[in-house]
Design a protein around this ligand. Structure first.
Ligand SMILES: Nc1ncnc2c1ncn2[C@@H]1O[C@H](COP(=O)(O)OP(=O)(O)OP(=O)(O)O)[C@@H](O)[C@H]1O
Ligand SMILES: [Mg+2]
Length: 335
């Protein structure tokens, strides 16, 4: 049985309206020719599909600059296929958008990937929490197990040395002193490994004073001057947020010390009512935007910061240009 043109159109419209994806088509001059409820909802076009037909798509997507630019390009230049793997919206949804060429325009499909994103974030959060728990366990084991053992060895060696006769051979005495120094070095190493795994100061005194301490130590030994500013409430945060912010601050400060060749590093920690903001800014050599993109994938430090902030539903923004320093700003919701 052959369908009439109207029947074929009605059939097509009913398929489009009931499709499990958002579907929107636009003509060669950029006017919407078809749109279903899901597409309008996913892209937050705030219009019923019928009112959108024959209107320019770009008029309705100015709140989505990425999509706006690819749609404008697809109208003005060749109709290139496009894919935006992830558009994030203020209401917490994530939408994937794909554009394909049609004979007389383009078809855009939208797909709600919020459940997948939420699951990914939950996985990363669980992994990071597991990692922190294990670090805590190891730190405790080293601190409470090997730490006291080293102290006992040191006490015994000291006491043997006291018992030695004054006429002991000079060579033996030198060996003894060397052993004492080695034990002292080993004890200090063990202590700093245990602290790096889980800074006990963080648990006992919180983020502000642990960062202050870290910066004070850097200022004692490095030539660069690090300043620290804090404002807002000193109420303790969730332990995992405190650890994450501390580790991210350490990474950014470390990077500035390693690469920036800076004279000054400014670390700011600001507690807002529902958010904590950390920024680390240096006046070093910085880097240009294109180089920045490749840098982000060259090491794992900055990538880890992206993963951690994403898992905590926060944001991480890098601002840098050649010769103008480097700044990293992290914002994490605290509720
Ligand atoms: N403050 C900075 N000033 C200039 N360049 C920087 C700065 N911070 C990072 N970079 C550049 O960005 C790159 C990536 O940094 P990232 O922390 O991700 O990796 P990394 O420090 O090289 O290695 P790691 O995995 O040990 O952190 C660095 O190699 C460096 O070239
Ligand atoms: Mg690094």
């Amino acid at each position: 049985m052959l369908l009439s043109e109207t029947e074929a159109y009605d059939f097509l419209m009913s398929v489009v309206s009931n499709a499990p994806l958002g579907i929107l088509t636009y003509t060669l001059d950029g006017n919407i020719s078809m749109c279903n409820q899901l597409a309008s909802m996913h892209l937050q076009l705030n219009q019923s599909p019928e009112t959108l037909v024959e209107r320019p798509l770009t008029d309705y997507i100015s709140h989505l600059p990425n999509l706006h630019s690819v749609v404008s390009d697809s109208v003005n230049k060749s109709r290139q296929a496009f894919a935006i793997p992830e558009l994030s919206f203020e209401n917490g949804t994530y939408i994937a958008v794909n554009g394909r060429k049609l004979a007389n325009g383009m078809i855009v499909t939208t797909h709600d990937i919020t459940p997948i994103k939420t699951m990914q974030q939950a996985n990363v959060t669980a992994m990071l929490r597991g990692q922190e728990k294990e670090r805590h366990r190891l730190s405790k084991e080293i601190h409470d197990g090997i730490g006291p053992l080293m102290s006992t060895i040191k006490l015994n060696i000291d006491s043997i040395k006291n018992d030695l006769k004054d006429d002991i051979e000079k060579n033996t005495m030198l060996k003894f002193n060397a052993i004492q120094d080695l034990i002292k070095d080993a004890s200090e190493d063990i202590r700093s490994i245990s602290h790096a795994l889980m800074p006990s100061a963080l648990r006992d005194f919180g983020l502000r004073s642990t960062l202050e301490n870290l910066i004070q130590k850097i200022n004692q030994s490095e030539t660069v001057k690090v300043s620290f500013y804090f404002s807002g409430s000193e109420d303790r945060l969730n332990m995992y947020t405190e650890i994450a912010v501390y580790r991210m601050a350490k990474e950014l400060i470390n990077n500035a010390l390693k690469y920036a060749n800076a004279k000054q590093i400014v670390v700011q920690l600001i507690r807002f009512e529902h958010m904590i903001q950390l920024s680390v800014e240096d006046d070093g050599k910085g880097c240009s935007q294109p180089i920045l993109e490749s840098m982000i994938t060259s090491g794992i430090g900055l990538q880890n910061i992206y993963t951690r902030t994403e898992a905590l539903k926060g944001t991480f923004i890098i601002d840098s240009s050649e010769g103008n320093g480097f700044s990293g700003t992290i914002e994490i919701p605290t509720e």
